[in-house]
Design a protein around this ligand. Structure first.
Ligand code: ZN
Length: 210
């Protein structure tokens, strides 16, 4: 085999194409796209539960589990409404009221004036949920529970809590108007109300708020 003689590469420079060469255009476009993607802020979109069909929650169905807030129990007593009965009249289906440990703790903290409410909350027909969080602030507890498990209707008379709950898709709210329970954001709600300007409008997928 003949030996191939190679010239010694001294100070050899790799041959490059000019940076203005048109062949580099697609590469440059790709790099610019990648840079733009890296600079864009990261969006964290929480995945929706599988039971959700747009804003319609298929996990809701009789028997309805109704998470009771402290003030709701109290208002129900003031309006002389028996919770299980009134909820059934509103939803026209079997209802299971659910109370959390922090709601019981809040009622216990409120003292003697709320002892009737406390006794109602300890009704054996009510389901009890144990809390693992610190403190006895029921609003945060309810919001967290409902965000994790969209299988409850929340019964509250607190407007702020209701405003927070409206931001969570698939969670209907129950409240008291005209001495009966009313539910909003439910495709079927038993207590019809007169529609006035700005009132929630019922649609196929829940209730719209204008
Ligand atoms: Zn709790």
């Amino acid at each position: 085999m003949p030996k191939v003689k190679r010239a010694k590469k001294f100070a050899a420079v790799k041959r490059m194409i000019s940076p203005k060469d048109p062949r580099l255009a697609p590469v440059k476009a790709k790099l610019a796209l990648a840079a733009a993607a890296a600079a864009a802020p990261v969006k964290n979109v929480a995945p929706l539960p599988a039971a959700m069909f747009f804003s319609h929650n298929t996990a809701l169905g009789p028997p309805y589990h109704i998470l009771l807030d402290t003030n709701f129990i109290n208002f129900a007593i003031k309006n002389k409404l028996e919770i299980v009965r009134a909820a059934m009249d509103c939803l026209l289906a079997k209802c299971v009221p659910v109370v959390t440990d922090c709601v019981i703790a809040e009622l216990e903290k409120l003292g003697v004036k709320y002892r009737v409410a406390l006794r109602v909350a300890k009704d054996p027909r009510f389901e009890r949920l144990t809390c693992e969080h610190k403190g006895t602030y029921a609003d945060d507890c309810i919001v967290n529970r409902v965000t994790d498990h969209r299988c409850y209707i929340v019964a509250t008379c607190d407007k702020d809590l209701r405003r927070r709950l409206r931001k969570i898709p698939g969670v209907p709210c129950m409240f008291i108007t005209q001495r009966k329970f009313t539910v909003e954001r439910m495709p079927v709600s038993g207590a019809p109300r007169a529609r006035f300007w700005g009132a929630p409008r019922k649609t196929l997928f829940g209730t719209e708020h204008s």
